[in-house]
Every structure is written in C-alpha cells, then in structure tokens.
Design a binder for this molecule. Structure first.
Ligand code: BG6
Length: 456
C-alpha cells in the first residue's frame, strides 16, 4: 500500500489544470476519493497568478500545493524534481502531462530516467492528442515503454469520462431490442457531430499546430465511433473492452492517398487567419467518412464532423435506420422519415428515439414524426460527475478501462495519416462563414451518397 499520493502537474498553471484538474480534485476530496494527497506540484514556466488562484481552493488542496518554476525541456530542472521525489519514499507518484504534444517526449524521457533510481509506485497520464501522426505516436509509445509499463500509462481522452458516452455501452448492450437491430440490416448510416460555437479562445498557439482533425477526430470522435460499433466484450475489464475497440479500428477501411478528397473535407472559418495574425493552412473544421469492413457494418457509412465557430455547441450522435419499403411509401403518398436514435452528448445528456405515428386525417395519410426521450441526468442524485472527475478517480484507483491503449492510439493515427499527409502539402482550405454548420464541401460529401447531415 502506498503511503499516500502526490500529483505532479506539468503545465500546472495552464487552462486545463485551472479549469478542470484542480476543481475536479476538489470534488474528489469532498467525496472522500482523494484522502491521502500528500503533495500537489504545479510545474510550469510561468506562474500566472496561480498562487492567488490556489488560495480559493479547498484547504486539503491549497495546503499541499506547491508551484515549481519548470522548463520541461531543460534537463537541469529535473534535478529539482528529483529532490522532491527523494523525500516521498513509499508515496505513489502521478505525473500528469497537461502539455501540448511537442513537449511530451522531453517530459517522458527526463521524468522516466530519474525515476529509475526510485521504487515508488507511479503512473503517467498523457493528454491528447497523443502525438501529431502515426510516426510520432509510435515514437512516444517507444519512449513510454522504456520507462513505464503499460499498466502505469494513462492516455487520456476526456470524452470517455462523459456519462452520455459511457451510456452508449449500457444502452446498446442492456437493451435487447436495439442490440438486435444494431447492424447493416437495419441501420442506414451513423452520424457523429461535435459542433462548437467557440473559436480560438486564447489557444491559438496550441490550436494552429494541431487543427480539427487531430484535436477532435483522431481521439474524441473515434472513441465515440468505437463505442458505437464495437462488439460486446466477453468480460468487463480494461483489456477485454479495449480489445473490442481495437478490433473496430482495425476493421476500418484504409483511405488510399488518391481517395482522400472523397473521404475527408476540411474548412477554416472566415476571420481565423485575422484572429491568428498570420497566414495558416490549419483547418478549423473537418469531416470524415468512415467505412467498417466487418460482418456487422459492411456498407454502413459513419459520417464524422467537427469544427469551431459553428452555429451552436452541440455534440450529437444520430443513428439513422433504413427507410421503409418504397411500395408502402407509394401507398400513403409520401415517404416517412426514417427512425432515428439520437444520443445527445452536449449540451444535454439525453437519448431520444424518433418514430412515425398516425396523422389526424387517418392511418393511410402521411405519418407524423414523434419522439420519446430519456434524460441520463435523472439517474444521478444531484449533478452527474464531470468527465475529468470520473477519469481522475479511475487513475487513482488504477482502472484503465476508459483510457487509450498503445495499439488503439496508433491505429487511430494510421486511419487518418493519409489525410494528414495530403492536407499538409495542399494549402487550399475552403472557407466557411461563422455561425453555419461548416463548409459546403461537407454537405457535398454526404449528398454524393444520397444522404444529408442530420442535427436534431
Ligand atoms: C478538447 C479540444 O479536447 O475538447 C477542444 O482540445 C474542444 O478544442 C474540447 O473545445 C471540447 O470538449 P467538450 O467537453 O467541451 O465538448
């Protein structure tokens, strides 16, 4: 048993730490889930009034909080870190890399090599995106494995901490009625939209290096896709659940270099470059069409899209069922809208089912669309837990089910690597107007298949 736990937050004065990690730690303390916190070290180059901020936190946090001026890339700074670790004999050490991906490798290598001299139990948490492409992700995995075992590595994706996303698995595997029709025989297509109304919000330095494809699709949207498409695991444990997600990623049809334009489109909102103050070919919108070549999903497209400065903040999954047979449509004189199962992830946590019902003028008229609704919030006493709260608790308890495994991270990059490559040498990014649902190119991509984007 460890004598206690100490957190080392790299990027400890940044946005993520202030807005998510520290507030969530407070909630964990209140719930008695973080009892043995003996140290909370914020490592960062700049202090940015963090001490003032910390004064307002729960005393259990502020009393063990220490700010350490720290340059992740400077080897000498790790001597200071080592001095602290030397005094934490028997304490579990949790290193949280709340950093942009270009700094991961330094932090991993330097921290890992100093830890060689210590026996403390340890965990390392790495934020997304896990690298920039397949090659850099492989390199990061290689470096991680030099110093840590896979069960000490927590590649985080905060979408997996969202209750509405975890509900995808409960909903699918606990409702025979849906799981029985969860396949190519009944489902026409699946749409995953993560629209945001915010723009850069002071994150220009990070965002312009990353873009929408790496920031959202490679991780958050692929995670939602995996939960939607995976087979039920034979056992609920971290390895078996992740095995099933990996199988889905492995079955995704690879996009050939010459096919990129058919499967992926991007855009940048008007005004982005002015906001940035320089030229850029970074995309603030990306849409991708995914095909899964397995028995369950053959021929069912999964359309994914995400972007900044769009009409509204809405994260939503729409499972679109097949049309009823054409002869019945002819009989009633119109084509009923297909059934839809909608998972609202943000701003509400809901499941809705859209179905057709009889119109007032009689049962052979054009049917009317109605919906049934279930709010996931209702199942919790009080507020549902925050995404980061669930995940931090899992890290403390050592449960890796909701974290990304080495092979999973690499497969997700492998799928989008051809798109990354094509876009990197083609600067021609279509523009879209803020407040819309993105560029026309995204509409054209789905229209070509005789379908349209649905947002309900
Ligand atoms: C982050 C991205 O991972 O997720 C941000 O870096 C994005 O660009 C955010 O805004 C969206 O998360 P949420 O939980 O607000 O939908």
């Amino acid at each position: 048993m460890a004598k206690g736990v100490a957190f080392f937050i790299f990027g400890g004065t940044g946005d993520l730490a202030r807005k998510k990690l520290y507030p969530v730690m407070e909630r964990l303390i209140k719930r008695g889930k973080l009892r043995k916190l003996v140290g909370l070290y914020a490592l960062s180059r700049t202090e940015e009034n963090i001490k003032e901020y910390v004064k307002g936190l729960d005393p259990a946090l502020s009393e063990v909080f220490k700010f350490m001026p720290f340059d992740v890339t400077d080897r000498d700074h790790y001597h200071r870190l080592e001095k602290i670790i030397a005094e934490l004999d028997g304490v579990e050490l949790i290193f949280y890399l709340a950093l942009p991906p270009q700094l991961f490798e330094s932090a991993i290598v330097h921290t890992g090599s100093l830890l060689r001299h210590y026996m403390n139990p340890r965990k390392i948490v790495i934020e997304k995106p896990f690298g920039f492409d397949l090659e850099s992700a492989k390199k990061l995995n290689f470096q991680l494995k030099r110093y840590f075992t896979e069960d000490e590595i927590y590649r985080i994706d905060h979408f997996l901490g969202k209750v509405a996303i975890q509900n995808l698995l409960s909903f699918r595997f606990s409702n025979y009625i849906f799981e029985g029709i969860w396949n190519k025989n009944f489902i026409d297509n699946v749409q995953i939209s993560a629209l945001e109304s915010i723009g850069l919000e002071g994150r220009a330095g990070y965002y312009d290096r990353i873009g929408a494809l790496r920031d959202m699709i490679q991780n958050h949207l692929f995670q939602m896709l995996s939960f939607l498409a995976m087979e039920p695991p034979a056992v609920i444990d971290a390895e078996r659940v992740r095995d099933e997600k990996v199988k889905v990623l492995a079955a995704i049809r690879r996009i050939k270099d010459e096919e990129v334009d058919e499967y992926a489109v991007r855009g940048v909102y008007r005004g982005y470059r002015e906001e940035l103050g320089r030229e850029s070919s970074t995309e603030t919108f990306a849409a991708v069409k995914i095909l899964i070549d397995n028995f369950r999903w053959e021929g069912v497209p999964f359309y994914l899209r995400t972007g900044k400065r769009l009409r509204e903040k809405k994260t939503q999954i729409v499972v679109v069922f097949k049309d009823i047979p054409g002869n019945f449509s002819r009989l009633i004189g119109c084509k009923p809208a297909p059934n839809k199962l909608v998972f609202d992830i943000a701003p509400t946590n809901r499941v809705r089912f859209f179905f057709q019902t009889m119109p007032p003028q009689g049962f052979l008229g054009c049917s009317l669309e109605r919906s049934m609704e279930m709010s996931i919030d209702d199942v919790f006493e009080g507020e549902p837990p925050e995404a980061y709260e669930t995940l931090l608790e899992d890290i403390i308890e050592g449960d890796q089910t909701l974290f990304i495994r080495e092979d999973e991270a690499e497969l997700a990059w492998e799928i989008i690597d051809p798109i990354i490559k094509k876009w990197s040498y083609d600067n021609n990014v279509p523009l879209y107007d803020p407040g819309t649902e993105g560029p026309r190119e995204a509409d054209k991509m789905i229209w070509k298949d005789g379908r349209e984007w649905i947002l309900l």
